[in-house]
Write a protein that binds this ligand. Structure first.
Ligand SMILES: C[S@@+](CC[C@H](N)C(=O)[O-])C[C@H]1O[C@@H](n2cnc3c(N)ncnc32)[C@H](O)[C@@H]1O
Length: 192
């Protein structure tokens, strides 16, 4: 029998008009780390169906959202349909805006159910997100990226570490207890 995923956050998202329960993860991380400020430019990678973009707009940000899959329009959000691992997607983003205050990535690979494969695929996506971030993030900017936990996580942390004044892994309350996901949060972007 399929598992019922309709938990507290699912119903809260329905009630408050968010497109995904993931919206609460960004709300919680923003409360903890003060990531998005009024007037910021936010790049939302792996954005569809748009919960994080909705939250960013509510916080007063101007948003560029990117996904391989389509996304229904949101006022205040410019959508780019593209693969974040492709150079052409970075070029499309730059046509809209050269520099961002915040780069977010909630991008997830297609889940195979095999822990190690899913972990390694998510590491590749996180590296792709960081490759975009390091080219468009303003000095002092913030970066958040989802990773499925596994043995490569410390290596990834060591790669990201020199680029941020503040850095840590964080698991928001709205992440499912059973989930392998964790978020890298980096603040104070700097070129090492
Ligand atoms: C968990 S969903 C994001 C949910 C979103 N944060 C929200 O609040 O609605 C992950 C998304 O990552 C996207 N994705 C996966 N690989 C991608 C890639 N290489 N480039 C762009 N988007 C990708 C998927 O299409 C999917 O829409």
């Amino acid at each position: 029998m399929a598992r019922d995923h309709r938990d507290y956050y699912y119903w809260q998202a329905k009630k408050l008009g968010y497109r995904s329960r993931a919206a609460f993860k960004l709300l919680q991380m923003n409360r903890t780390f003060k990531l998005i400020r009024d007037g910021d430019w936010v790049l939302d990678l792996g954005a569809s169906p748009g919960g994080w973009s909705q939250v960013a707009v509510e916080l007063g940000a101007k948003v560029v959202a990117v996904d391989i899959n389509p996304m229904k329009p949101i006022e205040g959000v410019t959508f780019v349909r593209g693969d974040i691992t492709k150079e052409e997607t970075l070029n499309e983003i730059r046509k809209i805006r050269e520099k961002f205050d915040v780069v977010l990535s909630d991008a997830s690979p297609k889940i195979t159910g095999k822990w190690t494969i899913d972990h390694l695929l998510s590491i590749d996506l996180a590296r792709a997100a960081f490759n975009v971030a390091r080219q468009v993030l303003k000095e002092g900017g913030s970066f958040v990226v989802k990773i499925f936990q596994g043995e490569e996580i410390q290596n990834l942390f060591n790669e990201f570490k020199p680029f941020f004044r503040f850095k840590k892994f964080h698991s928001p309350k709205a992440s499912r207890k059973s989930s392998a996901e964790i978020y890298f949060v980096g603040k104070g972007f700097k070129k090492p």
